[in-house]
Design a protein around this ligand. Structure first.
Ligand code: GLC
Length: 817
């Protein structure tokens, strides 16, 4: 089944059948004012935070899904028939592929398509001769959203069409208070109408908020600000009372629930188009509004006067599109794989920005509870956007480094709006996650290599609880923390969790994943130290690695590495067990860390291939667990077998298989793993995958699940960042190093080359890779214009093109062989 297609030229995904198996959503706006919008125009908006800045209400997990949202109703005033500009919520019979205007039983059909673009969504509809196009977006740097609709009479006779807006406004900033603490939140809201505009105020315990809603392009005929009056009792959004009747009631809200409905009447001659621009924003219609966090918003009426014209809407939309083009331009590819191109050039890159912006805070699944920056997630999210937005990454990196404690551990969650470095409480050992700070070396090194800014390593930053140190010392301290907290077998203690939130080894049990992550960190710190003249640090890190060798070897189970070991000696991820015999994480990281003999890494990855790989991706463990493992906390037992961390295909960890195989030089394997969970690959079999074919999701049901292949939890996942690193740095093989750009492709059989446009340290480069012999790895020569780059003295695989050899506009020809 196919529900839509990629339009790479427009950088859009076009949904041609909005009755998708699950909600297919998109993001609007910026970190100032953002929103979610689904293919049914469901979704919500928020100011600065999805958890504590809720503007539009959303009933998560609702029936039907995607409600409420940003709904525009159209009504033929001649006979009262009504529909919505998006297919939902009215849900008229959909026009099928054969284009019939009426169903078999004579009911008119609606043609409906949705163009999800970068920062905007456009809903096209045609119903009984009335065409509409509704465009939703948040203009650049603004705290208001546009809902702009054009309505055209395509028929031969004059028509009178009523147009109604409808949005349900949150009563409380805090989404939980809004949805749950009704004895209070239902009685804090007041909404009024005056001179064409709705204003909504609430005075809550934590903040005072005001919203305005207005329109341009048509006179207001009637209005409602009371949700229940607009809908009518025991009705739903599919048939609001006001729309059915053709007129709002003029309700003003005092307590209960508010909404924003403005009604206008459009008289359309044949062929005529009218455009009505609805706008919803922070603040009040007639006075400036101070958000008490440093921003004063202009009166809504002023904003409507300035922004409420068709030409301004067009200009603002063009500005959004340009902004996104600028974000994506630093890395564009042309490979023999069209789906890879669509993903890397547009959607995958867009998703990495969204995870960077919203962490795990706002989606249809992440309701707002996880407000704040989860430590490990945030550190990993930066990896994929550093080349595009280095300043923003530097700021975020500096913030998250101040979430590290003086002893080297990290606060599990950093709340940017309230974070107070130097004064945060030190978590108890039991509360630490063993992996959290160990991601720092990778991300800091990536930042320094991308920007060339070695001075960043000397920047002094406070620890979360007390004291301060340079960035480099923060990294060393991260390794030291793990060294200080090891168990009987010399492995790193697992603590509250390692990367896998569902495995608790505690303060006595040991995690092989975190041990490899530490080993990798020590390697990265050693390399950074060697390159920046920190000889003593380099010697220290090398000694750590040396000392670890017998520990790593001791964790070899015969065919792969164990997952961990309890204080009582119970192993996880061992062939001797009936369940959880093999786990993905330690084995990929054995290869990625490059700290074990190559035959071990190959052995481990071959076992992964044999035991965990499936047609939809690699399972996280096998067989899935049904029983306790004495001495190990397995909270993954809450999940059915084959689901999430319990033997599901956890896509974040899948991305590491690409990196691991890329490092091992096995191009076919790396590429097969990449393709196995590539969302775009499911474009024509959406009934299997079910979620959006344009974004990665957190997991796919694993081989032991009866729903094998169905994917869940799209958008906000570490999969976005690491898959991007995997495909761009380890398949296409373009990786920044301190001295230049390494070009080290690891390609599948049959690829004769590819092209990359890449910005590196302010220089726009064109990299043409040609592969006349069809090899997987190896670079024979690099030409820049007519000059051959001297590759002698570079002992690593691929070619390091020194930064001095590069210049803005340079064209590189890289010949593999
Ligand atoms: C979720 C969490 C992430 C964790 C992963 C595996 O994606 O956000 O922090 O590493 O699950 O448990």
């Amino acid at each position: 089944m196919q529900y839509g297609h990629f339009d790479d030229e427009a950088r859009e995904y076009v949904i041609t059948r909005p009755d998708t198996p699950r909600s297919w959503s998109n993001y609007l706006g910026s970190r100032l004012y953002g929103g979610i919008i689904t293919q049914g125009a469901g979704g919500y908006s928020f100011y600065k935070s999805g958890g504590t800045g809720r503007v539009l209400r959303f009933r998560f997990n609702g029936v039907p899904q995607d409600e409420p949202g940003r709904f525009l109703y159209l009504r033929d005033d001649a006979d009262g028939d009504f529909w919505s500009a998006s297919w939902q919520p009215v849900g008229k019979p959909l026009r099928g592929r054969d284009g019939d205007d009426v169903t078999a039983d004579g009911r008119p059909t609606q043609a409906s398509a949705v163009r999800h673009g970068l920062g905007y969504s456009i809903f096209e509809s045609e119903y009984r001769g009335i065409r509409s196009e509704a465009t939703f977006f948040v203009p650049k740097d603004q705290a208001f959203e546009y809902w702009s609709i054009k309505v055209t009479n395509n028929g031969p006779t004059a028509r009178q069409v009523s147009l109604f807006s409808y949005a349900e406004l949150a009563n409380e900033w805090n989404y939980r208070q809004d949805l749950e603490n009704l004895q209070y939140s239902q009685y804090v809201v007041v909404a009024k109408y005056a001179d064409g505009m709705i204003s909504r105020k609430n005075s809550t315990r934590t903040a005072f908020s005001e919203l305005w809603f207005g329109q341009a392009g048509a006179d207001v005929e009637s209005f409602d600000t009371d949700r229940d009056v607009f809908l009518g009792s025991y009705r739903t959004q599919s048939a609001p009372f006001a729309v059915e009747r053709g007129r709002c009631s003029g309700s003003e809200t005092v307590g209960d629930n508010s909404c924003a409905s403005l009604h206008s009447v459009l008289n359309l001659a044949p062929g005529e188009t009218r455009q009505v621009i609805f706008m919803l924003g922070m603040g009040s219609p007639d006075a400036p509004w101070d958000d008490r966090d440093g921003i004063i918003h202009r009166p809504g009426r002023e904003i409507i006067a300035e922004f409420g014209t068709p030409s301004r809407v067009d200009a603002e939309l063009a500005a959004i599109r340009e902004e996104w083009r600028d974000f994506l331009a630093p890395l564009q590819v042309a490979t023999p794989d069209g789906e890879m191109n669509s993903m890397i050039n547009v959607w995958h890159a867009y998703q990495t920005h969204m995870t960077f912006n919203w962490s795990r805070g706002v989606s249809l699944i992440e309701a707002g509870d996880r407000d704040g920056l989860g430590y490990r997630d945030t550190v990993q999210d930066m990896l994929a956007v550093t080349h595009a937005i280095p300043e923003a990454v530097r700021e975020r990196l500096s913030l998250i480094l101040t979430g590290q404690t003086a002893e080297g551990g990290a606060m599990p969650l950093v709340k940017p709006l309230t974070h107070n470095p130097g004064h945060e409480e030190t978590p108890s050992l039991e509360k630490y996650r063993s992996d959290d700070p160990l991601w720092l070396p990778i991300t800091v090194a990536n930042f320094v290599y991308e920007t060339g800014d070695v001075s960043y390593l000397d920047v002094e930053l406070p620890y979360a609880d007390h004291g301060s140190a340079t960035v480099f010392e923060h990294l060393r301290q991260a390794i030291q923390f793990s060294l200080d907290h090891r168990g009987n077998n010399g492995l790193v203690q697992g603590l509250q969790a390692d990367w896998n939130d569902c495995i608790q080894f505690g303060t006595t049990g040991e995690s092989m994943f975190s041990t490899f992550l530490m080993a990798n960190g020590a390697r990265v710190v050693a390399e950074l130290a060697e390159q920046t003249g920190r000889d003593e640090d380099a010697a220290w890190a090398r000694a750590v690695l040396e000392e670890l060798q017998p520990v790593l070897e001791g964790a070899w189970d015969g065919g792969w590495y164990i997952r961990g070991i309890s204080a009582t000696g119970a192993k996880l991820g061992s062939d001797a067990l009936d369940e959880g015999k093999i786990y993905l994480e330690p084995n990929v990281w054995a290869a990625i860390s490059q700290t074990v003999p190559e035959e071990r890494a190959i052995g481990a990855m071959d076992s992964v291939q044999r035991r965990l790989a499936t047609e939809h991706g690699v399972a996280l463990c096998a067989p899935a667990h049904t029983k306790e493992v004495p001495g190990v906390g397995l909270s993954l037992l809450v999940f059915p077998v084959g689901h999430k961390e319990n033997g599901g295909i956890f896509c974040h960890a899948n991305s590491w298989t690409i990196v691991a195989e890329g490092i091992l030089g096995r191009g076919d394997r790396a590429y097969d793993y990449y393709r196995s969970y590539l969302p775009a690959r499911y474009n024509d079999s959406a009934e299997i995958h079910q979620v959006e074919p344009y974004v990665y999701c957190q997991f796919t049901h694993g081989p032991e699940s009866p729903r094998f292949g169905q994917a869940r939890n799209p958008w906000l996942t570490g999969t976005a960042s690491w898959s991007y690193v995997g495909v761009t740095q380890y398949i296409l093989g373009i990786r920044p190093e301190l001295d230049g750009l390494r070009i080290d492709p690891c390609l599948p059989e049959g690829w004769d080359g590819f092209q990359v446009e890449r910005v590196f340290r302010g220089m726009s480069l064109t990299i043409n890779v040609v592969n006349p012999l069809g090899v997987a790895t190896g670079v024979q020569s690099v030409m820049i214009g007519k000059h051959e780059v001297d590759l002698a003295g570079d002992s690593r695989r691929g070619a390091l093109v020194p930064v001095e050899a590069l210049s803005d506009g340079a064209v590189l020809t890289v010949t593999m062989g």
